[in-house]
Write a protein that binds this ligand. Structure first.
Ligand code: AGP
Length: 609
């Protein structure tokens, strides 16, 4: 998605804006630009391409000014081009805007503005905002922005500045996120916290229908009627070091290696090593309210959906509570048959996914009891859900989710244990070994990661293939889906995840020597049936790469190659079996020269529907 950044302070804004745009790159983009105010003029520089191209352009002819806006564009309306890159100006060139989102009624507004004499230069929806502000400008920038946004339909996080009301940046938000940074005599507006982290830990998250007016003496917050608002200032715990690559070639690889610590951090303080008791008081789910839950509905997209599928098996096995898992983008069209005893768990690492947010809002309107599992404190989805269970994965920069998936598994494991505990189904006999095994997962992951090199060698041998099948049953079925998603989204190769039992209902027709299968085969209740799957595939010249427990002596009689992971309670096997699949996908993509951290066409957070 697009990224916006604004700076008002005593420094030259350009280096701050470029630094911020680099930290927004992970959102995916095709062009970029900056604008500053200098000597009562607005100077703009835009490129079609990457931030590095913008840096080169600015090296050739520098810009300077202490009030500025920057933008990374992910084209929605209007092809990627310099002309369509933000910031966008009004007719007079004395005002610029940057915008993330979609203005759904931009065409009729554009036609009306053209009739009124405005001259448009671009194909974008955003340019309409600049001309609307110009149309309503009578001296106060915030009043003109207020009048302009009242005419807009759609979703937007917008920031504007004008030489006619200088030393001011006005931002407005409905939909996509916008966060204000409060430094010492310097102020920021950004699409997320990453560009602000290095300058100040003090931030304010704008809610929908709120504005921020950044001035030299401070920041004022208003609603869209101009009523002043008092906003809570949050102190961020993430530090900029967490965002750097720390010697890894890609953020994705660094984040794969962070998974043991991420699981420790997410379990920390929520599970007692001694008694095995699980504490989720932070969610506001009292033991009594939890005991009355009779059904769980999980809503999510993409990798978070796959985590939700694994969570289904955790909860059903431990708490004996039926769970259904739905794609958020689909669930919005369902008849919402909810009752007060259904807990709706909304999973979103970014907390900003538009489809998931829309489903959450519909569920709340239907009276559902909601709990968000998210990785970004105070992001929109956990803010709007009544309850939140935060993962502690730290900022995930790679577009492909890895450590946040593992953290979501940990949060769902905690929720399953908490539900079982509240329902009196945590008898010492079965519970304690499971909890001890869960606490050992990080150590077992570290053992897998020490042998990560093997996956690089294996990837080398599979580089020639263009199609892959991933199979799993029971709790390994979501792992198969997730493994396939990882490969396709960063290497652009075709990969399909399938429930093993479905092979004979169609997919086995695909099998030949050009279609390798990755089979996830921990020693669990589906093990024998998975061995049958492997035999059927072998009989049709299919090449099998099996993920199996290290103490499995049978699998070598079936699979062509075996990747081994430490044995664990079958229920927790997704924590371990997903990591070799992440590494396999990573190395294939890296060897194919793909843009691993910013795969084409993808965004880290899909904040438009
Ligand atoms: C996964 O690698 C992708 N980045 C994508 O499927 C992602 O999981 C999905 O867009 C949901 O994002 P969220 O968890 O931030 O809601």
């Amino acid at each position: 998605m697009c990224g916006i950044i604004g700076y008002l302070g005593s420094k030259n804004a350009v280096p701050v804006l470029l630094d911020g745009l680099k930290k927004l790159e992970y959102r995916g983009y095709d062009s970029a630009g900056v604008a500053v105010i200098r000597d009562n003029k607005i100077q703009v520089r835009r490129v079609k391409g990457k931030i590095r191209d913008l840096v080169e352009s600015l090296k050739a002819s520098p810009l300077e000014g202490s009030c500025g806006l920057g933008h990374t564009r992910w084209a929605t309306h209007g092809r990627p081009s310099e002309e369509n890159a933000h910031p966008h100006r009004d007719c007079s060139g004395t005002l610029v805007v940057v915008h993330n989102g979609i203005i759904e009624n931009y065409l009729p507004l554009k036609e009306e503005l053209i009739r009124e004499g405005h001259v448009f230069r671009t194909e974008t929806d955003t340019e309409v905002i600049a001309h609307l502000i110009e149309k309503h400008f009578k001296g106060s920038l915030e009043e003109a922005v207020m009048m302009a946004i009242r005419e807009l339909e759609g979703a937007y996080a917008v920031a504007a500045m004008s030489v006619r009301d200088p030393d001011k940046i006005v931002a407005a938000k409905t939909g996509p996120p916008a966060v204000v940074g409060l430094g010492e005599g310097e102020f920021f507006i950004s699409s997320d916290i990453n560009p602000i982290l290095g300058y100040t830990p003090r931030v304010v998250f704008l809610e929908d229908n709120e504005m921020a007016v950044l001035e030299r003496q401070g920041v004022r917050f208003l609603d869209f009627q101009g009523t002043p608002l008092s906003k809570t200032v949050d102190h961020l715990s993430w530090n900029p070091i967490m965002i750097e690559k720390k010697g890894f070639k890609h953020f994705m690889l660094k984040e794969i290696f962070e998974q043991p610590q991420v699981i420790r951090d997410t379990l920390e303080g929520r599970i007692s090593q001694g008694s095995g008791k699980v504490y989720l008081d932070e969610t506001g789910l009292s033991p009594r309210a939890t005991k009355s839950i009779e059904r769980v509905l999980i809503i999510a997209c993409g990798t978070s959906y796959h985590a939700g599928l694994a969570g289904k098996y955790f909860i059903e096995s431990l708490a004996q509570v039926p769970v259904s898992v739905e794609y958020a983008s689909e669930y919005r069209y369902h008849d919402l048959l909810l009752d007060p005893r259904t807990l709706v768990v909304v999973i979103s690492q970014s907390g900003e996914t538009a489809d998931t947010l829309a489903a959450l809002r519909a569920i709340k309107k239907a009276g559902g009891l909601t709990l968000a599992i998210s990785n970004v404190v105070n992001s929109t989805i956990p803010r709007e859900a009544e309850r939140a269970l935060y993962t502690h994965a730290g900022p995930e920069i790679g577009v492909a989710a890895t450590k946040t998936f593992s953290a979501q598994l940990a949060a769902l494991a905690l929720l399953a244990l908490y539900l079982a505990q509240a329902k009196g189904r945590s008898d010492e006999g079965t519970f304690s070994p499971l909890i001890q095994d869960l606490l050992r997962v990080p150590h077992k992951l570290e053992r897998i990661l020490t042998e990560a090199r093997r996956l690089e060698d294996l990837a080398q041998r599979f580089l020639a293939f263009s199609h892959f099948l991933y199979l799993g049953r029971w709790v390994s079925f979501p792992v198969a889906l997730e493994g396939a998603l990882k490969l396709k989204e960063i290497s652009y190769l075709h990969a399909e995840g399938y429930a093993g039992g479905e092979m004979k209902h169609g997919p086995i027709a695909l099998i030949d020597e050009d279609m390798p299968t990755l089979a996830v085969v921990p020693k669990d209740r589906a093990y024998e049936k998975m061995l049958s799957n492997i035999s059927e595939i072998k009989a049709r010249s299919g090449h099998i790469l099996a993920l199996a427990f290290e103490d499995d002596t049978e699998i070598v009689n079936y699979a062509d190659e075996v990747i081994r992971v430490p044995a664990c309670s079958p229920l927790w096997s997704p924590f371990l079996t997903v990591v070799p699949l992440q590494l396999f996908a990573y190395h294939i993509a890296a060897k194919r020269g793909a843009d691993v951290d910013q795969p084409r066409n993808l965004a880290k957070s899909v904040t438009v529907e």
